[in-house]
Design a protein around this ligand. Structure first.
Ligand code: FEO
Length: 425
C-alpha cells in the first residue's frame, strides 16, 4: 500500500484531509500542471458534530479516507458540505455517504441537477443552502456564501465564523502540488495562481467581482482553497490580487463613455487591408466610438485578448484561402474562450479569390461565442471596387451606430437580400 502522509491541522479543530496528485501534467485537457495538483478536503470538529468540506477525485479516495480516519470516526460525521460538484471534488462523495449514512449533505441550489447526474440516484437526500445560511457544529459555525459561476453555476464558499477560515472551493486556488501545504512553506507558486485565474476564473470576472463584494468585508485569517497551497500568510493579498485581475485592464483615454470598436485584419495582397481601412473610416464617421485597427500578422494573441476583453465591438477581416479563414484569425478566435465576449458586437469582412467562405465561417464562430452579429459581412473578389469599399464603410458605420444606439432604420427588400447572397465561383 502506498504511503499516506498524515492529516494536517490547519487551525484548532480543523484538518486538511485532501490528496496529493504530483504526477498530473494536464488538468481537464486545457490546463498544464507542471507541479501536479492537490485535491483539498477539510474536516472541521465542533462540540456537536464533525463536518467534511469537499472530497477528492475518485482516483485519490484512498488517501482521503485514510486521512479522514486519522481525525474522525465515520459515525461522528454529521455534515458534508460540497462547495462545488466537479468530479475532482465530488469523486469520493458517494463512498463517503455510504460510510457516514447519517451525515447531512449541504449544497447550493444550482448543484442539485449536477449531484443527480453524478450520483445517478433520485433518492439522495440533501439540503440547499445560500448566502446567510449557517450550520452550528458546536463552537464552530459554518456560514455559506453563494458565489455562482466561479467557475461552475453551483459554486459556493463556506466560512468558519469563529475562526474566520474560508473554504473557498476553486476560488483562490491553483494547480500546485507541494506536500508542505501552506503558502509560506511551499515553493514559489505565483505562476500557477495567475495561470489558474486566467484560465478558470477570467471568463467569469463579473461574477468574481460580485463574489469579492461578499468576501472582502470578512476579516479572514486563512483561506483554504480546493486546490494548491493553503493561504495562511497574508490571505487578503490573494483576494486583492483577484480584485486587480478582475478589474478592467485599460483606461479608455478618449472618453469614459465612448464605445470601443476593434478592427482586426490580415491581408495577403493588401485587399483585405483596404477593406479594413474602409470599415474604420465608416465607424469613425459616428461620434462616441473609439476605433482601433490591428494587423493580425504583427500582433500577439494575448495582448489582443486583453484588448478584446475591454472592447464593445469586434470586426475581423480575413482573406479566404483554400476555403477557410487564415490561421492567425482562428488562433485569436480560439483564444477568446478565456474571456467573456458574449453580447459584444461582431462582424466579418474580407477579400477572396475563388469562393469566399471565410466571412460566413467567422460570423458563425462569433455567433458560437454568443456575440451579436446583426450586420451581414462584406466580401470582395480580389481587389475591392469602390462600391465594395463603400459597403465596408457602411459596415463600419452600422457597427458604430449599433454601439452608440444610433441605428438608422432600414427597409431591406427581398431583391436586396438576394443580391447579398455569396457568389461561389
Ligand atoms: Fe477543482 Fe472546478 O474543480
Amino acid at each position: 500500500m502506498k504511503r499516506v502522509p498524515d492529516a494536517v491541522e490547519i487551525a484548532p479543530g480543523t484538518h486538511w484531509i485532501g490528496a496529493l496528485d504530483p504526477g498530473l501534467r494536464e488538468f481537464d485537457i486545457i490546463l498544464k500542471t507542471a507541479n501536479g495538483t492537490t485535491y483539498n478536503s477539510y474536516c472541521v470538529r465542533g462540540t456537536n458534530g464533525v463536518a467534511v468540506i469537499d472530497t477528492v477525485k475518485a482516483s485519490h479516495a484512498e488517501e482521503f479516507f485514510a486521512r479522514l480516519e486519522q481525525v474522525a470516526r465515520y459515525d461522528e460525521i454529521s455534515t458534508i458540505v460540497l462547495n462545488h460538484l466537479e468530479p475532482d471534488h465530488s469523486g469520493a462523495l458517494p463512498e463517503l455517504m455510504r460510510r457516514a449514512p447519517q451525515a447531512k449533505l449541504y449544497i447550493s441550489a444550482k448543484a442539485q441537477l449536477m449531484l443527480k447526474a453524478l450520483v445517478k440516484s433520485d433518492d439522495l437526500q440533501f439540503n440547499i443552502v445560500k448566502t446567510g445560511d449557517s450550520i452550528d457544529l458546536g463552537g464552530r459555525t459554518l456560514r455559506f456564501f453563494s458565489t455562482p459561476f466561479l467557475h461552475w453555476p453551483d459554486t459556493q464558499c463556506t466560512l468558519i465564523e469563529e475562526q474566520n477560515i474560508l473554504f473557498s472551493g476553486d476560488v483562490f486556488g491553483c494547480h500546485f502540488c507541494d506536500g508542505r501545504l501552506f503558502n509560506d512553506q511551499v515553493g514559489d507558486f505565483r505562476f500557477s495562481f495567475e495561470y489558474y485565474y486566467q484560465h478558470i476564473m477570467r471568463p467569469f470576472r463579473e461574477h468574481v467581482l460580485e463574489a469579492l463584494e461578499l468576501l472582502e468585508p470578512l476579516p479572514l485569517q486563512l483561506i483554504a482553497p480546493a486546490h494548491g497551497p493553503i493561504l495562511r500568510e497574508a490571505p487578503l493579498s490573494y483576494m486583492q490580487r483577484y480584485r486587480q485581475l478582475a478589474s478592467p485592464l485599460l483606461h479608455n483615454e478618449v472618453g469614459a463613455h465612448n464605445k470601443s470598436l476593434l478592427v482586426f485584419y490580415i491581408s495577403s495582397y493588401g485587399n483585405t487591408a483596404r477593406m479594413a481601412q474602409a470599415v474604420v473610416e465608416g465607424a469613425e464617421s459616428i461620434q462616441g466610438v473609439r476605433v482601433s485597427l490591428y494587423d493580425l500578422q504583427a500582433g500577439g494573441d494575448l495582448p489582443f485578448v486583453d484588448l478584446i476583453e475591454e472592447a464593445d465591438g469586434l470586426a475581423f477581416g480575413s482573406p479566404t484561402i483554400n476555403g477557410d479563414a487564415v490561421k492567425p484569425v482562428w488562433d485569436l478566435l480560439s483564444s477568446l474562450a478565456m474571456i467573456k465576449v458574449s453580447d459584444k458586437l461582431g462582424a466579418a469582412f474580407g477579400s477572396y479569390g475563388w469562393s469566399g467562405e471565410a466571412i460566413n465561417m467567422i460570423e458563425d464562430r462569433l455567433r458560437g461565442l454568443k456575440l451579436r452579429v446583426p450586420i451581414k459581412g462584406v466580401r470582395a473578389r480580389l481587389i475591392p471596387t469602390e462600391e465594395e469599399l463603400e459597403n465596408c464603410r457602411d459596415l463600419g458605420k452600422q457597427l458604430a451606430q449599433h454601439l452608440t444606439g444610433k441605428i438608422e432604420k432600414r427597409v431591406i427588400s427581398m431583391s436586396e437580400l438576394l443580391a447579398q447572397e455569396p457568389t461561389h465561383a
